[in-house]
Ligand binder design. Structure first.
Ligand code: GUN
Ligand code: ZN
Length: 445
């Protein structure tokens, strides 16, 4: 059993966007019957400490302990294409992303990138992620092994793409579905790992492949589904030309049984109200990727209409279309986008606690993991970060001036980056520290 004394940020899993905060808090963590580390108690130090006499206390003041960040859409094999500029999504895929992903036929390359990817997620304070691999089975094995070695909660899947892809990425319709079924058996619910059926996007999948994916999704309801939708106007026109009978691009996925709880669709920018209502009705969720949408010029997610339709949504990096693995950068980009796309609150944008919720407790809920992670309520899994509000000279100056929680969170969102993640704790174990990161960087030189 361990206790951590620090500033403490938590969420009540049932009250969206309203944080619980203790300026001097205590988080008590211990092992359950299955060997998982869980939160045993949390709250003000003065209230909690007397209930746990003799427990070892790590004094982490003046850091801020908060739930680990949750990335609801990220591509492991795109770690090394971050910041590759293109006119838009389709040329970006063709010129940078597909050539890089083709290299993952080599298990050694997949293993090296997967390990670096998981290390980077953890170093940035991300403790749960829903990830794409490539179309190669080896990429998913490498990703799962890297996450498993760190005890991390990670959901991943092999990209399904049996057409309109370069030969090195094009999979075989029948074989891809058999591979998916085998990967589910191998990785789904192995410890903290989960599997996601992963049709890349409708234009890259034949009707037969989408049908097969939908059948697998029906047969394995606890498995996730992840894909892309309504990201870019050229992509949308292409999808609609390929599937003229579907009501909309989103409708293609629905027609093949791929909209259901635990289905997570990246982007969802150019949806109409009927699409949003359908997302809500099916219990599917949108992964909002603001840095990617700004970088690739895809458009602005409409937070106002998503809220009005009660469409589940949460934040995501979408590396490598996205520019940052840091949740701070993603929250800041979401704030900027909210400024232009929140019609019912013109000019106000999203509040800092709401942004934070969308990357922690709200993201857990969107993934169907609301009971497990994202909020640090008693009984939840012990995945958290310790944030150093004085990690840089400027952060130190600015956070010192913060006179309430919103000001503190906003200063971190605007000025924070990976340097502010002092510790990342996964299943009660410290898996990343600023010190370890500095040592690793020195060794790489
Ligand atoms: N649509 C299909 N594949 C991709 C991808 O790799 N990234 C993004 N952003 N959109 C896609
Ligand atoms: Zn993506």
């Amino acid at each position: 059993m361990n206790a951590y004394r620090a500033r403490l940020l938590r969420f009540d899993a049932h009250r969206p966007a309203q944080a619980l905060f203790d300026d001097d808090g205590l988080l008590v963590v211990g092992t359950d019957a299955n060997g998982l580390q869980r939160v045993l108690d949390a709250g003000a130090h003065a209230d909690v400490a007397p209930r746990w006499p003799g427990v070892a206390v790590h004094d982490w003041r003046p850091w801020l302990i908060a739930p680990g960040f949750i990335d609801t859409h990220v591509h492991m094999p795109q770690l090394d294409v971050i910041g590759s500029p293109a006119d838009g999504l389709l040329p970006w895929l063709e010129h940078y992303t597909f050539p890089e992903e083709s290299r993952f036929a080599d298990p050694a390359h997949a293993g090296e990138v997967a390990q670096a990817f998981v290390a980077e997620l953890l170093r940035h304070g991300t403790t749960t992620a829903l990830c794409f691999g490539t179309s190669h089975v080896a990429s998913v094995d490498a990703l799962m092994q890297a996450a498993q070695a760190q005890g991390m909660r990670l959901i991943g899947g092999k990209s399904l793409q049996d057409r309109h892809s370069p030969p090195a990425l094009t999979d075989d319709t029948e074989g891809s579905l058999i591979d998916t079924e085998n990967l589910i058996a191998r990785w789904h619910n192995q410890g903290r790992l989960g599997y996601a059926i992963t049709p890349r996007f409708a234009p890259s999948c034949s009707p037969a492949q989408l049908r097969g994916a939908g059948e697998l999704a029906a047969r394995h309801p606890s498995v996730w589904v992840q894909s892309h939708v309504a990201e870019n106007t050229d992509e949308i026109a292409w999808a609609q030309a390929l599937f003229p009978k579907s009501r909309s691009y989103l409708g293609v996925y629905d027609d093949f049984g791929l909209l259901r709880p635990r289905s997570v669709y990246a982007h969802c920018i150019h949806l109409d109200d009927a699409d949003r209502a359908l997302m809500h009705q099916r219990g599917a969720a949108a992964a909002v990727c603001p840095t990617s949408n700004l970088f690739l010029g895809s458009g602005f997610f409409d937070f106002g209409r998503a809220q009005a339709a009660d469409m589940a949504h949460a934040l995501a990096s979408d590396i490598g279309g996205g520019t940052h693995l840091s949740a701070f950068a993603t929250m800041l980009a979401a704030y900027h986008v909210g400024r232009v796309a929140l019609p019912q609150r013109p000019g106000m944008g999203l509040a800092p606690q709401q942004l934070w919720w969308l990357h922690t407790a709200g993201a857990a809920q969107a993934l169907g993991l609301g009971d497990a992670v994202g909020h640090l309520t008693v009984g939840s899994e012990a995945d958290f970060v310790a944030i150093n509000p004085a990690a840089t000279p400027l952060l130190a100056r600015r956070t010192q001036r913060a006179s309430n929680l919103n000001e503190l969170l906003f200063a971190l969102i605007v000025l924070g980056d990976d340097r502010a993640i002092a510790r990342t704790v996964v299943n009660g174990q410290v898996v990343a520290t600023t010190q370890l990161a500095t040592q690793a960087a020195a060794m790489a030189r």
